[in-house]
Design a protein around this ligand. Structure first.
Ligand SMILES: O=P(O)(O)OC[C@H]1O[C@H](OP(=O)(O)OP(=O)(O)O)[C@H](O)[C@@H]1O
Ligand SMILES: O=C(O)c1cc(=O)[nH]c(=O)[nH]1
Length: 201
């Protein structure tokens, strides 16, 4: 699938919304790409993951890791297609991310990191930090959508490939023109939501 076909698929499934959103990074944006409009269709997820698998087929990947929520679902499907293990990278209690539930990596194990959307790269930096404790070989990062126009991908310490790259505006909360217009703010992602028992993810 080329970028034109992907964009058409994203549009057909209603992935893109316009409005006033606070993103995981805390930045504001006038658009939000809801990956769950794709992920709610397992056959679509399978097809998109096949595009990722094709790019890493010769890399002898031994494990696939993805951050919660969407990244972990993609990692599961990529790992299924590659026939490898899948690791879920979760929010750590004190901030950042970590492997929980007995997940670990061997030193030098060849791991592919998968996520859904790349905006600032914060989630992927945290994911890499959580993995690098185990000294694996991180072969690459694959994302469905890079909405930074390639800028955030360049800042990552591991080569990152996106199936689709777009440039979507984001604003510092203190300098957001949508706030200035008084538009109601929506927080769609899971970061910062309070979990039962009072823990914040
Ligand atoms: O590049 P960044 O600025 O870090 O933003 C992108 C990340 O934010 C979202 O995840 P979120 O933590 O909201 O979790 P979710 O998958 O539950 O929405 C998204 O799925 C990416 O993982
Ligand atoms: O930066 C984010 O948090 C983000 C932006 C976006 O468009 N979609 C998404 O799932 N997360």
């Amino acid at each position: 699938m080329d970028e034109t076909e992907l964009l058409a698929l994203f549009e057909r499934l209603g992935v893109v919304s316009k409005g006033h959103f606070v993103l995981t990074s805390g930045r504001h944006s006038d658009e939000y790409w809801e990956k769950f409009r794709l992920l709610e269709w397992p056959r679509v997820t399978e097809r998109l993951c096949a595009e990722i698998v094709a790019r890493y087929a010769l890399e002898e990947i031994e494990a696939v890791a993805g951050p919660t929520t969407g990244g972990a679902l993609l990692a599961q499907e990529v790992a299924r297609q590659l026939g490898t293990r899948c690791l879920v990278v979760e929010p750590a209690t004190g901030g950042g991310r970590e492997l929980r539930r007995g997940f670990s990596l061997r030193q030098g194990e060849r791991v592919l990191v998968v996520d859904d959307v790349l905006t600032t790269g914060l989630s992927l930096h945290e994911t890499l930090q959580a993995l690098l404790v185990y000294e694996p070989t991180v072969v690459g990062i694959a994302v469905l959508l890079d909405r930074s126009g390639g800028a955030a991908a360049k800042e990552l310490p591991v080569p990152c490939q996106a199936l689709l790259t777009v440039t979507a505006r984001t604003y510092e909360p203190g300098a957001c023109p949508l706030c200035a217009q008084g538009l109601p703010l929506t927080k769609p992602g899971s970061r910062g939501l309070r979990a039962p028992g009072g823990r914040s993810s």
